[in-house]
Design a binder for this molecule. Structure first.
Ligand SMILES: Cc1cc2nc3c(=O)[nH]c(=O)nc-3n(C[C@H](O)[C@H](O)[C@H](O)COP(=O)(O)OP(=O)(O)OC[C@H]3O[C@@H](n4cnc5c(N)ncnc54)[C@H](O)[C@@H]3O)c2cc1C
Length: 417
């Protein structure tokens, strides 16, 4: 690694540990007896914790199982954008989910951003949440002929997003404050009312509230090895040899636990992030996405009294398609060429994202099951997908209609093959 990384650890760690180290995470016992509950949720990421919150507030008894420690998975390694400016774009979503899928996607992801704001207010959580704008900008420099052509696509994408119900508009001559390097930017699609937050502070805040609730229990270091749905109950088997008997089970394990046709509908990618110091106030507090394929994405989080961290992510590739490129170095160079205040990289990390063939997550009852639910297929928007999954799954279990259910139905089987 070069001069960009004087302080970065060799081991990759996400920037979120800067303010909340793993040692401060709440600890939970491992399972040492058989138990019976209303709902057993497997996996303590944003999907599992959101489902637990919605179900507990709905009056259910909930048992959360985690194979490792809480937030061990991708939710502890995310980049913290809460966005309805969906990665795959409303043009593609509209094509795949006629007639009203784009509207439902926009509505559900907007709901998820507002749901986080609501839960933060209700539980009085301190987790850096703020509404910020998002900007989609061309990867080509102004003056390049391709810049104009790219802008046409960005503008069309903003029109489709607006038709779907997102507050989006293309602004010619709009520049992001703090993007002051030689690789200049000009023109952007502007998406209002996106969210930025400290994801692990938020999730652990919700988890602390759940921990104090009499209807909630959580077991860590407890790996589920199988789920068996019978006539009136579902049994979860664990590595420890103890069972959980539940009325309903939710597999919130990021990658589904058991063989499922869903697995064939998803491709698996690795994405990379760095956190680079910038003086406080030198870069606008916003989310940025460029049009590169794979795209780069940017947001901010607090560092100390003087600095913020500019989180820069991207350079995704399919799992198993790794080449010799140093993706952390590429991200650092990209950031320094655009943000002249960018200093040293203190954190760099990577993780996995799942890309469903038709862009929407799989959330709901597993094929042929009545009481076993699955949440998977984040499509790069796994935070909002996880939050809205909590609502969808709780509505399913509590027998309420939900207008988003068909869009996310795991049995929709829209294989591109
Ligand atoms: C670098 C990076 C940046 C990202 N940035 C964004 C972003 O800005 N915005 C956005 O919306 N999305 C983003 N994503 C995607 C998002 O972070 C994920 O989609 C989301 O966190 C997944 O949440 P989850 O709860 O489904 O899974 P996870 O957080 O992975 O949780 C699953 C949990 O299940 C546990 N588990 C697995 N198997 C078992 C078992 N058999 N028994 C018990 N427990 C088990 C795991 O240990 C894990 O803790 C990003 C992802 C990465 C990697």
């Amino acid at each position: 690694m070069t001069e960009h990384f004087p302080n970065a650890f060799r081991e990759t760690e996400p920037v979120w540990v800067h303010q909340l180290p793993n040692s401060k995470y709440p600890r939970f016992p491992s399972l040492d007896h058989d138990i019976e509950t209303d709902v057993c949720i497997i996996g303590s990421g944003i999907a599992g914790i959101s489902a637990a919150y919605e179900l507990i507030t709905g009056g259910k008894r909930v048992t959360l199982l985690e194979a490792q420690h809480v937030l061990f998975g991708e939710s502890g390694r995310t980049s913290g954008h809460l966005s309805n400016a969906l990665d795959d774009g409303y043009i593609e979503i509209e094509k795949r989910h006629k007639p009203n899928g784009a509207k439902l996607a926009a509505e559900s992801h907007t709901w998820a951003i507002d749901r986080v704001a609501h839960i933060i207010r209700t539980l009085d959580l301190d987790c850096e949440f703020r509404y910020v704008p998002a900007y989609r900008v061309s990867k080509f420099l102004p003056g390049d002929l391709k810049h104009e052509a790219d802008n046409k696509k960005i503008s069309k994408g903003a029109d489709y997003a607006r038709d779907a119900g997102v507050d989006a508009v293309f602004q010619k001559g709009f520049s992001v404050s703090g993007w002051d390097g030689d690789f200049s930017q000009e023109d952007a699609a502007v998406f209002a009312a996106q969210g930025a937050f400290h994801p692990t502070k938020y999730l652990l805040g919700v988890l602390e509230w759940l921990k104090a609730h009499p209807n909630f229990q959580c077991f860590a270091d407890t790996r589920a090895t199988g789920v068996d749905e019978g006539r009136n109950k579902v049994i979860v088997w664990t590595e420890q040899g103890y069972n959980i008997t539940a009325k309903d089970v939710v597999e919130a394990t990021c990658i589904p636990l058991q063989d499922s046709s869903i697995l064939a509908e998803i491709s698996y990618c690795r994405t990379y992030c760095i956190a680079i110091r910038v003086p406080k106030g030198s870069v606008e507090d916003c989310l940025i996405y460029d049009t590169d394929d794979p795209h780069k994405y940017v947001c901010l989080t607090a560092c100390d009294n003087k600095n913020d961290y500019l989180i820069v992510g991207g350079c995704d590739h399919k799992v198993g398609h790794q080449d010799s490129l140093d993706r952390f170095e590429i991200l650092a160079t990209w950031a320094c060429q655009r943000f002249t205040h960018a200093g040293t990289v203190d954190y760099h990390w990577s993780g996995q994202i799942l890309e469903p063939v038709d862009h929407m997550a799989f959330i709901g009852k597993k094929e042929w099951k009545m009481h076993t639910y699955v949440i998977t297929g984040d499509s790069g928007n796994g935070l909002t997908h996880g939050i809205l999954a909590g609502r969808l799954v709780a509505d399913g279990i509590e027998g309420r209609e939900n207008s988003w259910a068909a869009l996310y139905d795991p049995s929709r089987m829209t294989s591109a093959a």
